[in-house]
Write a protein that binds this ligand. Structure first.
Ligand code: NAP
Length: 290
């Protein structure tokens, strides 16, 4: 039972369009937990440190971390989970016995979504994924798939970025390959899962598509676009029109938020209510920008 009001929030800069306040406020209200989730803009590292001090003093009880501090935060915390350390990014900070601990809940969010898509992922062998992009979300996705023994190809516009990722993960169970995000290289791949981990197609650039227009999507591949705004990207619309299973990033967004909320409160929040509120908000955003 939580009686005193919780102070939670999102640390980063800029924070204008975040949907995290909506998700966490919905969770607090649904569970009748007193408290609030606020935006904590941090333009420089001193401000970041100041928020961490407030957390150590018990004035803030839980933080999400976003751009540009996901990497820097690692050096400033007392402990970081093995997963967050290996991925090189923290998106959640919680406190345990006075220590600030960093975690990466994108991994959990991604893993849960894969389990939802494929049933029990640990039972599925010989799976091949093609990840477009090699930034933070790609690293979390590749880590999760690699741990499950998947064969993972990373396609990035800067080959060196993809190579760095595959080298870092070489100790994992899965097989990793780095290629350029270029039509001739993509054409040689035959994955059963394609993941868009680039921001290409994200609002307001809704017409953009990370997949080359002239290239057919690999037969029977599931297309998972991590973008949630718009809920149907150009890539997903193309996939659906060609009878591919198409999944957007809303489920992963709710799952990573739920995992953070549980670290802060010890309570599982109601995901279906959070998902409903998120979908309503996204529909409203779409209507207002139409
Ligand atoms: P990030 O760290 O900035 O990485 C973005 C990656 O995309 C980089 O490899 C970047 O390459 C590449 N990229 C950017 N613009 C590109 C373009 N025009 N063509 C080809 N590649 C391009 O971003 P992130 O945090 O990984 O986020 C990526 C996407 O995932 C965003 O849309 C984000 O909203 C989404 N996401 C969703 C969830 C969820 O819960 N659903 C969670 C995390 C992220 P360069 O380094 O060369 O720019």
């Amino acid at each position: 039972m939580i009686n005193s009001p919780l102070s939670l929030g999102l640390l980063g800069y800029p924070l204008d369009h975040s949907l995290s306040p909506l998700l966490h406020t919905t969770a607090l209200r649904s569970l009748n937990i007193p408290g609030e989730y606020r935006l904590f803009p941090a333009q420089d590292e001193n401000i970041l440190q100041d928020y961490f001090q407030q957390m150590r003093r018990g004035l803030i009880h839980g933080l999400n971390i976003t751009i540009p501090w996901k990497i820097t935060a690692i050096q400033l915390l007392d402990q970081v989970s093995d997963t967050a350390m290996k991925i090189g990014a923290v998106n959640t900070v919680y406190i345990e016995k006075g220590q600030l601990i960093g975690e990466n809940t994108d991994v959990q969010g991604f893993h849960e979504e894969i389990a939802e898509i494929f049933g029990s992922p640990d039972q599925i062998s010989n799976n091949k994924a093609l990840i477009l992009g090699a930034g933070g979300a790609a690293r979390a996705s590749a880590w999760s798939l690699g741990k499950m023994g998947w064969e993972v190809t990373i396609a990035a516009r800067r080959l060196a970025q993809a190579q760095e990722l595959t080298q870092n993960y070489s100790s994992l169970h899965g097989k990793f390959l780095a290629i350029e995000l270029a039509q001739n290289q993509l054409a040689e791949q035959s994955p059963n899962l394609i993941i868009n981990a680039t921001p290409v197609g994200m609002a307001p650039e809704n017409e953009e598509n990370p997949w080359p227009e002239e290239l057919a999507l690999p037969k029977d591949a599931v297309v998972f676009d991590l973008i949630y705004n718009p809920p149907e990207t150009n890539l997903l619309a193309t996939a659906r029109a060609n009878s591919h299973r198409a999944i957007n990033g809303t489920g992963m967004l709710v799952s990573q938020a739920a995992a953070a909320f549980q670290l802060w409160t010890g309570i599982q929040p109601p995901r279906h209510i959070m998902a409903e509120e998120l979908n309503n908000a996204l529909s409203k955003i779409q209507r207002s920008s139409a």
